[in-house]
Design a protein around this ligand. Sequence first.
Ligand SMILES: [Zn+2]
Ligand SMILES: [Zn+2]
Length: 252
Amino acid sequence: MIEICSIASGSNGNCYYIGNETDAVVIDCGIYFRSLLTRAEHAGIDVKKIRAVLISHEHSDHVRGVKTMAKRLNLPVYFMPKTYEKTYKRHRPDYYKALSTEEPVEIFGFYVHTFKKYHDASDPVSFRVEYQGVNVGVMTDIGVADVTLCREFSKCQAVFLESNYDEEMLKNGPYPQYLKDRVASNVGHLSNSQAFALVRDFSNENLKHIIFSHISQENNTSEKVLEKFSSFKDKYSMYIAPRFNPSEKLFI
Ligand SMILES: [Zn+2]
Ligand SMILES: [Zn+2]
């Protein structure tokens, strides 16, 4: 059995936890280490179980706390090579391990599959973490649901899935036009409708949990997301990953 938890989600910081009884991996650390500790304690997560951090891309809401976290917990951090270079232009830390989209990395029995995504960063990736036949997707910061994402999503029993914005709210919202265009572009974020189409067309019969993630504060609401997905409410257990708190822990 594995447990998953969103420790932080959204433009203030992202951090997603996937663990078993003894070991765990974390995707991204976009919050400060002290806040990670507080939230982990709040969620009932023992940070000593964490064996590695894997980074999806270099935007600060995904890497802000990783340096301190790696140092304090003595962890390896996995990056795509270009992401590592972009994250640390100088004084590159030595905890780096290279990710590849060619083959999964194995970390204490967790097989982490890495695949490219469309987003405005140097070499952004999403992940599918496989542990004893259970697959958990971490799929946020995606401009478009391409063939690879659809294929990887269709293997998941649980997924942290971006549902960033409601189209109408973005259109009529406070962002300047260039930012609206960026969010809605193929290298921006996944809208509620795009996430909905992905779930409708590509979920497999074993999909159990959907944790809606990276929800915009200005261009979306939890209610809008849950309303969009209301036709699935008897089929999946669905949650909203909170921005400033950990989600509840889910078991698969
Ligand atoms: Zn982000
Ligand atoms: Zn990003």
